[in-house]
Design a protein around this ligand. Sequence first.
Ligand code: HEC
Ligand code: HEC
Length: 205
Amino acid sequence: MIFRAFSVLVLPVALLAASAADADGAALYAESCAGCHGETGQGNGELRAPALAALDAGYLIRQVGHFRSGVRQVNPDNDMAVAMVELLPDVSEADTAEIASYLASLPLPVLEDDNDPPGFRSRGLYSGCISCHGARAQGIEALNAPRLARQYGWYLAEQLDAFRVGRRGAHPEDDPGRQMKAMADAIGSEADIAALVSYIATLDP
Ligand code: HEC
Ligand code: HEC
């Protein structure tokens, strides 16, 4: 009887706490991030800001931490990315966690643009990615590998380039990034990157 009364009391409190955190996450996101990443986390091609909706919370927190500490560098030609890095010291780790759990709870983003249709080699190239990112490019959280499907092709191509030139995944403290850098370095050419990206665009996570 006591147990029952307890659980009846505790459950609504726990639910309230969870939705309050999401509401805070939503407000914090709208205030600090939506201007570039879009109201529903769908990204913005003109600002070269990727879609963030429905990415894994752990992945988002790690990336923001890496931008903040400089472990992950942005392209200095990308003004908006530089502006984001300047803004991040004002966003506390607790706020970042709330924003990340809010973003992770959103539905998959609907992207603004399409990619070129894939060439016939692209599926074969993607077979080298399946073990970590999954056959539908849905991402595998246990391997730290994010979802790639429903992300802009231009963004995936820019990130593959960032791994290859060492802006990303070169830092000794970035184990997941170093794993991915080895994979990106093994991609043969720019044409193969384009083929991979157009194939990923056809996948439904
Ligand atoms: C001034 C524009 C701007 C603002 C504001 C901004 N971002 Fe970004 N963000 C970008 C750009 C541009 C990139 C791409 C960086 C790159 O190319 O390496 C990016 C990349 C990211 C990524 C990497 C995603 C991935 O899959 O690699 C995360 C995570 C992120 N932003 C989170 C946030 C959060 C959280 C906020 C709010 C606290 C925020 N951003 C505010 C412009 C912005
Ligand atoms: C050994 C596992 C592994 C394999 C195989 C692998 N990846 Fe990754 N990939 C990762 C990890 C881990 C990350 C996250 C890195 C980080 O935290 O910065 C990642 C990140 C990425 C990103 C950045 C996504 C974003 O939102 O910023 C892209 C793009 C990517 N991988 C593409 C590929 C492609 C294309 C292939 C096949 C050619 C591939 N990966 C093969 C582990 C792997």
